[in-house]
Design a protein around this ligand. Structure first.
Ligand code: 3HC
Length: 666
């Protein structure tokens, strides 16, 4: 029974019970509509309470239904039934009331919550807008400026704030919620339909400020949602509801919305894959080894989530920069890490340095302590060999800047045990990161794909595009910032060191572009040195094109025997996309990545790949076969050794390994 009806004196209590999160799908809406129809025919009732069993009131509509034609009764029909009842309906909110859940509550005549209540409109993150009266009733209840903020930001609002805004009429302790809702329903007497109210007069300056807070570069659905809030407030309520639903139906079937839904489920699959099989022990204290930029940033990230943090570094000067800041303790001796439940290695990226750290620190640690390395490229199995208890060791790879970048890779070695994995997964959850599982391989998953993206960007420059043209083509695709501007921001020296490290093992037939090496040799290490791929005169934020870089590029082309040609933006985008997909196929084929969708999660979360395209694999999968073949063939021709996996494309075929991953995400 999805909706239970119980009558207490003259009040009918309808309880929605649809685990795990009280999600609205056809079955649930049908049950709710039937229950409301049944209540409508009962004599002697003075009110109705809409409540929920379980943790959440209603976490919103079932997103998977949005891919198909929607079945009746739809949510607006259910809400109409509530509004059409002669007697008042009180919503008793607990836990989440998101999207359609909040809209259902706004269709009621009064809203009582408990302190766990969290409300919000996540719709814009899914490429749509609230489609069951959210924009219309919210503006009528809390005014246009607050409605713009709530709908466009998709932020979650606590019970306290919801009460202050007027979204909740009352907040009572959880144990008193139902009784209070019944009491209010019995006493209310009259209907209070938000849809019949005019929106409160709003201050034009406040509306303008709320609009201005929404970026002009926001996705089209976000801008449409803001316009809808404003237009709906000026229209008759019923007309506004019709207009909102029509817009919702239009947006729901766009490619962008479909790709964002794909990513929603892709993130959940990745999270499920790293979900522990054993319960995680309590973790209170984190020891960070290394007080450099990465260590300091990690220390802040852990400290901000309530962990006690101790940073260890034998370099006292580095420690002093951290001391007493953000409540972070420091120690110059490995013994100081003895209290830590988890040790995070953030020392210099060098195998000998890391192994020696592990050897030095292990004797001081608790038996139960878990050790994780934040290495980006080094072999974790080899690192584990430095420990007497390698089972307690794994990789937890953060991305820059780790206190803001949501992506984290969880990497199991051949010896990592389940308890250690459970700790890693718990850390990722508490840090509110998006985890993906990764296996051991150079660059694991995300950096490996990004490396091929970067490599292709450099091939394009050697072929004739300028760095600025490549950056522009990729920001047009939707990246927040192009690869050369990113390289300047993060510094060219790390990749330079890596290229030198790999020089001996590089296949001599592989195409190698020397431009970045020449820039580094000229002291152009990126923004920090005032110059990299671009120039940064007087600490300029954005780089400017520097003729000296053009000269380096021209010389490198001549040395490589390349005659520069014009490279159109479409070719730039296709080759870059195809290169990432080649890397993705190789990762899935070798088992370093578990699923193609993990790669899409990694690139959209960690590297600003445009989410509206769903990620590189999904983006190529949505193109037609001829386009796929031509993009892959172009990547193959750019370097037959690096993109050998794409060879069949040169003969007009989609390679099997690539077809497999494209099919998996379609
Ligand atoms: N649609 C489909 N499935 C959903 C879902 C949804 N809205 N919300 C949760 N689920 C599924 C998850 O995929 C997962 O399924 P699985 O166990 O088979 O993988 C299960 O429910 C439990 O979810 P989580 O693992 O994510 O559980 P958490 O406790 O970590 O998080 C949550 C719960 C915060 C509710 C999170 O799932 C979430 O953010 N859900 C989306 C909420 C949302 O966006 N709602 C608005 C929908 S749009 C709408 O309502 C349109 C309206 O305007 C008409």
């Amino acid at each position: 029974m999805i909706v239970d009806i119980a009558v207490t004196e003259s009040v009918a209590v309808l309880t929605i019970d649809h685990p795990p999160v009280n999600m609205g799908n056809t079955a649930m809406r049908t049950a709710l509509a039937d229950a409301l129809d049944s209540v409508a025919t009962r004599d002697g009732l003075t009110g109705v309470v809409l409540a929920s069993a379980g943790t959440h009131f209603y976490a919103g509509s079932d997103i998977s239904e949005f891919d198909r034609p929607m079945q009746a009764p739809q949510l607006p029909d259910v809400i109409s039934r509530i509004e059409n009842l002669d007697i008042p309906v009180v919503a008793a909110l607990t836990g989440l009331a998101l999207g359609g859940g909040l809209e259902l509550a706004l269709g009621c005549d009064l809203r009582v919550g408990d302190p766990t209540t969290v409300v919000g409109f996540p719709e814009v993150t899914l490429g749509i807008l609230p489609g069951a009266g959210g924009t219309v009733r919210t503006a009528r209840l809390v005014g246009v400026p607050s409605a713009i903020d709530l709908v466009a930001s998709a932020r979650r609002v606590t019970a306290e704030e919801a009460h202050a805004l007027g979204l909740l009429d009352e907040v009572v302790p959880g144990h008193a919620l139902l009784a209070r809702a019944v009491e209010r329903a019995a006493a209310l007497g009259t209907k209070n339909r938000l849809v019949d109210r005019p929106a409160p007069e709003s201050d034009e300056a406040a509306v303008a400020a709320a609009r201005a807070a929404v970026s002009k570069r926001a996705r089209p659905n976000v801008l449409a949602a803001v316009d809808m809030v404003c237009a709906g407030a000026a229209l008759d309520g019923k007309d506004a509801l019709r207009r909102e639903r029509a817009l919702f139906d239009e947006l729901r079937v766009t490619d962008e919305a479909s790709n964002l839904r794909y990513l929603f489920f892709a993130k959940r699959s990745a999270t499920k894959a790293v979900r522990p099989r054993t319960p995680a022990p309590a973790i209170a204290t984190i020891g960070i080894a290394g007080a450099g930029t990465m260590g300091a940033s990690l220390a802040r990230a852990f400290s901000a989530r309530g962990y006690e943090v101790i940073v260890f570094d034998s370099n006292r000067a580095a420690l002093e920069r951290l001391a007493d800041r953000d409540g972070i303790a420091t120690t110059a001796s490995g013994a100081g890490l003895g209290r830590a439940d988890v040790i995070v290695d953030a020392v210099f990226e060098d195998m000998d340095v890391k192994k020696s750290l592990l050897r030095d620190v292990e004797p001081h640690l608790r038996d139960t302590a878990v050790i994780v390395s934040n290495t980006s490229y080094l072999d974790l199995n080899e690192m584990a060999s430095a420990l007497t208890v390698p089972e307690r060791f794994a990789g937890l790879h953060f991305f820059n800047p780790p206190d803001r970048n949501p992506l984290v890779e969880i990497i199991r070695t051949t010896t990592t045990d389940d308890r250690t994995l459970a700790v890693l997964s718990a850390l990722a959850t508490r840090l509110e990161k998006t985890p993906i599982p990764a296996g051991i391989g150079d660059g694991f998953v995300a950096n490996r794909v990004y490396a091929d993206y970067r490599m292709q960007a450099e091939f394009l420059v050697e072929d004739g595009a300028s760095p600025a043209e490549v950056d522009a083509a990729l920001t047009d695709l939707g990246f927040a910032i192009g690869p050369f501007a990113v390289a300047d921001m993060s510094g060219l020296d790390i990749a330079w060191a890596r290229r030198k490290r790999l020089a001996d093992t590089r296949d001599p037939r592989q195409r190698y572009v020397h431009i970045a090496d020449r820039l580094c040799e000229a002291g152009r290490l990126g923004k920090k040195t005032g110059a990299g791929w671009y120039d940064y005169p007087d600490g300029a934020k954005r780089g400017v094109v520097d003729p000296r870089v053009d000269a380096i590029i021209e010389k490198a082309r001549a040395d490589a025997g390349v005659t520069a040609r014009t490279v159109p933006g479409d070719e730039i985008r296709d080759r870059v996309l195809a290169s990432m997909v080649c890397a993705a196929a190789a990762l899935v084929e070798t088992g370093v990545a578990e699923r193609a969708s993990d790669i899409d999660v990694a690139l959209t979360e960690g590297f600003t790949f445009p989410a509206r395209l769903g990620g590189p694999v999904r983006a190529l999968a949505r193109r037609n076969r001829d386009e796929v073949v031509s993009a892959l063939a172009a990547a193959y021709r750019s370097c037959p050794v690096s993109f050998a996996i794409a060879e069949p494309a040169a003969a007009g075929e989609v390679p099997e390994a690539i077809e497999k991953i494209l099919e998996a995400v379609r």
